[in-house]
Design a protein around this ligand. Structure first.
Ligand SMILES: Cc1cc2nc3c(=O)[nH]c(=O)nc-3n(C[C@H](O)[C@H](O)[C@H](O)COP(=O)(O)OP(=O)(O)OC[C@H]3O[C@@H](n4cnc5c(N)ncnc54)[C@H](O)[C@@H]3O)c2cc1C
Length: 231
């Protein structure tokens, strides 16, 4: 059922009007688009975003929707290096009022509010979690407790820290793989098999963290993954 729903959403592309972009870090930008009235998504889902204002090869990328539906804006946040792809160059050329297309929303990377949750983000993998946490902060989901482990970068740090102060989550910024594994072990020991685990980020990182958890008796069915290929 979910697969067919996703497929229909992919083909019903929506036109999104560009509003503005914001620099989040030296090489990370958020792009905001007007939210059409007839478009909604589950926090944590992604869209297929297509460049239409110029002709480029490979004009579509899957990108997480980094905003919660309640924010009333579609936000994508992406890494743009010194030698960007044609796709990323085209994103940077957007001017207010220009449009792109979005297929979707797609995916099942959403929070199950019945259990303690450990969110594990690697770098740019914070994007689906920003959406999920903003939704929880807005009262849209009662899941508790939520602990976020954030490795490699500190994107959205001010927002994450503010939500932590509100009691939405606890957050640990980890700087090494060892520290990350220790935190995972601690959560697993505390919540035994009742916890849920969510991992998002570059595919290689998601695969290796999942395999670590697998070897350390975290039940596979308790782990949800959002693997970003292309990094
Ligand atoms: C579900 C999902 C959510 C994502 N969310 C985000 C997000 O929120 N923010 C974000 O920045 N990125 C996200 N990504 C990754 C994004 O789609 C791009 O791949 C990434 O941003 C790199 O794009 P690029 O244009 O810079 O580089 P690209 O031109 O896409 O190339 C980067 C490298 O990846 C390789 N590559 C390209 N396509 C594929 C493929 N299909 N399979 C394997 N290798 C490939 C290329 O050969 C190249 O070496 C997500 C990916 C997925 C699957």
């Amino acid at each position: 059922m979910g697969f067919f729903k996703d497929m229909i959403a992919v083909f019903q592309k929506k036109e999104l009007k560009f509003l503005e972009y914001r620099k989040e870090a030296d090489d990370v930008y958020s792009f905001m688009f007007e939210k059409p009235n007839d478009l909604s998504w589950n926090a944590g889902q992604y869209g297929l975003f297509t460049i239409t204002h110029k002709s480029i090869k490979n004009n579509t990328r899957p990108l997480s929707i980094a905003s919660a539906p309640e924010e009333n804006v579609i936000r994508i946040t992406t890494r743009i290096s010194d030698s960007p792809s044609d796709y990323k160059k085209a994103l940077l050329e957007l001017k207010q009022g220009m449009t792109i297309k979005m297929g979707g929303p797609i995916g099942k990377f959403s929070l199950d509010d019945s259990s303690p949750s450990l969110l594990i983000a690697g770098g740019i993998g914070i994007t689906p979690f920003r959406s999920i946490l903003k939704q929880v902060a807005g009262g849209g989901n009662s899941a508790r407790p939520i602990h976020l482990l954030y490795m490699d970068r500190h994107l959205f740090k001010d927002e994450l820290d503010a939500m932590a102060e509100q009691g939405v989550l606890t957050v640990t910024y980890v700087s090494s793989r060892d520290a990350l594994e220790q935190e995972i072990d601690q959560f697993a020991a505390q919540h035994k098999t009742s916890g849920n685990y969510y991992v998002a980020g570059p595919k290689s990182l998601v695969d290796s963290i999942s395999s670590y958890m697998n070897k350390h008796n975290v039940p596979k069915q308790r782990v949800k993954k959002d693997a970003f290929f292309g990094y």
